[in-house]
Design a protein around this ligand. Sequence first.
Ligand code: ARG
Length: 574
Amino acid sequence: MAHLEKLLNERLAYAFEVVAGGPADPALRRSAHAHFQADGALPLAQRLGRAPRDIAADVLRNADLADLVAAIEISGPGFINLTVSDATLSRLVADVAADPRFGVPVAAHPDVVPIDYSAPNVAKEMHVGHLRSTVIGDAAARLLSWLGHEVIRANHLGDWGTPFGMLIEHMLDVGETEAAHELSVGDLSGFYQAARVKFDADPGFAERSRQRVVALQGGDEQTLALWRLLGAESEKYFLAVYDKLDVTLTATDFYGESFYNDRLGALVDELDRLGLLRESGGAQCVFPTGFTGRDGEPLPVIVRKRDGGYGYGATDLATIRYRTQELKATRLLYVVGSPQRQHLEMVYQTAREAGWLVEPARATHVGFGSVLGSDGKMLRTRAGGTIKLIDLLDEAVARADAVIREKNPDLDPQTRAQVAQAVGIGAIKYSDLSVDRVKDYVFDWDRMLAFEGNTAPYLQYAHARIRSIFTRGNIEPPQGRQTVLVAEPAERALALELLAFAPVIDTVAETLEFHRLAGYLHTLASTFTTFYEHCPVLRSEGEVRQSRLALCDLTARTLAQGLDLLGISAPARM
Ligand code: ARG
């Protein structure tokens, strides 16, 4: 089923092509004046040497729109204004309401999409950057799998490298049982700091740590066992965070850096064979085209360090090669903070030059900004330390519980606990997903938990209120195909908004700009509020009542579906 915007776009594109003598973008968009506006004539004027209004008129002569549109008007410099007929709106909304997929088709050509996200570091507290990566990556995983793509959740855990020498030695100092306990309950920063302090202060410890790294890289069995213990205990803690955060990451999604270890030798050989490897300052490097430093000298991806060890860059090259060649990935997503943009772009470019990333396969950095405190600086604890994520999530739920208690004192304790969970976690996720991800955002409890504004609680409450229309009226939600009658302005506005879900999903699947889906849901909820103020539902009769109930039900389902794609649950009651 093609959605309205797509239908209009296709038909206009055809007419534009006839008039322009070649493909031309109709530049169709939603509009405040009419329902839609197509601005494509103006940019053609110079090319065709004709007046834009003339072009627009010609386009309309060639466009077959009669079955969709009630009024067409050309305004200003050839803008085409389209008003959709009520009959069309009624028919299309009925189609969407009868379709469990809301008019969103399953992908005709599914991609294999490894999503690189979350990726905390073993024996180190996850910071809010990892929280962002986890929340955005989870939304991407949910959306793309709902669209029928083959999603591979790739948690690129930082579980390898030189810090492990000092971490293992520290574990031996405190005793394995004690260390395991500290890590599994999430005292990761304490553990890491303690190791670091000793490493800096005690030369004997530092030396033991360095030898430990050599043993680890040499595959010493006893060392590996200790290293595995560190990883396993940290993973327990990360899984507890994921569970609380209600994301779809599981224990089987950890593909840590160490996973690529035994591929690194072959990687270096291949780069060498391809003539891409160059020595620089004792290290083996690749210099991908197009990356230069401030003074114009080419920038390296270090593949093998002077001491023979492999670094972060080498692992990322092995990872991309594994994803395209072994997993047959066609769309690779990296949900990683903006500071790592250049590193990733250099990895992609190297992979292109090595022939590991060839079209149609593509790699995209899904970057994001920082989470700031109210002081505009990086979010930290009051003492200036890393925030323990599990505490942050618990606080969200506790604060939500207090808000719900005040809003609805009659809710039974069990329901309230569930609602507090949904609202608290939802608020955290939504405050992250509702802003343009490349921007920084300020973490603000009061704002994210408010029942007004572009927030999770506002949307969850809007959803629950619609559901309560049915429970209060003791009405079963409509089943099967419904007749929808669009006649009032507020019905028309709601119908248009309901039909706009599919195009938003199209856009977000491509751009992974979840704030567009969030903004859509917010507009839908407020459009519904206007509808509900102007169009009585339970007090109307016959076909009108049925139709309005169908609009209510579809709005609630669309809100729940949209929230679910963001990883946020929508309780029926709150
Ligand atoms: N572990 C890294 C960090 O904490 C993030 C890894 C991102 N993914 C990647 N393929 N490099 O910064």
